[in-house]
Ligand binder design. Sequence first.
Ligand code: HEC
Ligand code: HEC
Length: 294
Amino acid sequence: MKLILVSMMALFLSTACVVEKSPFKEGKILGGKEVSAKTLNLGYTTYVEYCIQCHGMDGKGNGPAALGLLPPPRDFTQGLYKFPWVNYGELPHDEDFVRIIRHGLKGTAMLPWDISNERLDAVIQYIKVFAPEVWEGKDKTLGTKLELPADPFGDTYRHQAIEKGRKVYHVTAACTQCHRGYATKEEINGWAKELGTTVDIGADLHQLKSQDGEYNYKVLPPDFTYHDLRSITDVPSIVQRLMYGVTGSGMPGWKDVVTDEELWALAYYVQDLRETGADNKRRNELMDKLNGKK
Ligand code: HEC
Ligand code: HEC
């Protein structure tokens, strides 16, 4: 009898250690904001319920379901986030996490999460705890939000926007340093001449150049006619992405590097490439041209 009691106690104690319901006794200051112990505890249980299988108990992105995933689940101890709308390398606002977690990251294992607002806010606070040096303390400031410039084209001038975007993409901004090109060498040289400049065209023009970045794996720039884009829904969301870049992946922000008009032109062009990709006939025609079959 005594033995049973002792072993039951031991069992109780060991499970109590594994699934501690309320690990936080005190609140924390995260990103300059006070967060209560109650919120952190709710965040913890939400995380254990929904996120742990990929992001892992210790937040390192090594949960049991992470095996073989590409891209791998984010390691939250790095405190690096790719898709907020803040300048490259700066800290996301809670509204960024809300957008990312509610929409998911298309083309990855990170699905959209339909959890209550209260649990969503709580889990957002909790994942910050994995990167204390990045988030904890009163001195931490959140990233800069830039104003979305007005669209100089609109639907009426969409066609002109795409034509301009094509030249900015291949010549002015040389996005092909990392992404693939969608034009022939001759076309690109022709546009460079028209714009009064020259451009270096590598033998890898039509290949994706994977980037070392700051994560522990090579990050592949998407082919806009082939891959899903993580954080993109429409043309304005492409402008947002281009303004800020993709933190840690090597893709810089383009605000002030190109003009606002060029930003919008690029976004219309990228959107057109996505539409080309969704239409087999259009994509095949483009690829045949690039492969010299036409
Ligand atoms: C089935 C696996 C899976 C589950 C479950 C999962 N995630 Fe993710 N998550 C991912 C992957 C994969 C990425 C990396 C995507 C990338 O790098 O493009 C990611 C990235 C993230 C990011 C980083 C976003 C950025 O901008 O860099 C956040 C924040 C995040 N997840 C939060 C959560 C939360 C909160 C939960 C639970 C509610 C959750 N995830 C559940 C797979 C998962
Ligand atoms: C230094 C390399 C580099 C350059 C230069 C670069 N990109 Fe990227 N870009 C990347 C990488 C890497 C990714 C993939 C990030 C990820 O998903 O982790 C990316 C992703 C993107 C995305 C998708 C974002 C999403 O939500 O999935 C768009 C759109 C994009 N780039 C457009 C451009 C345009 C337009 C240019 C030129 C103005 C450009 N990029 C220049 C490396 C680069």
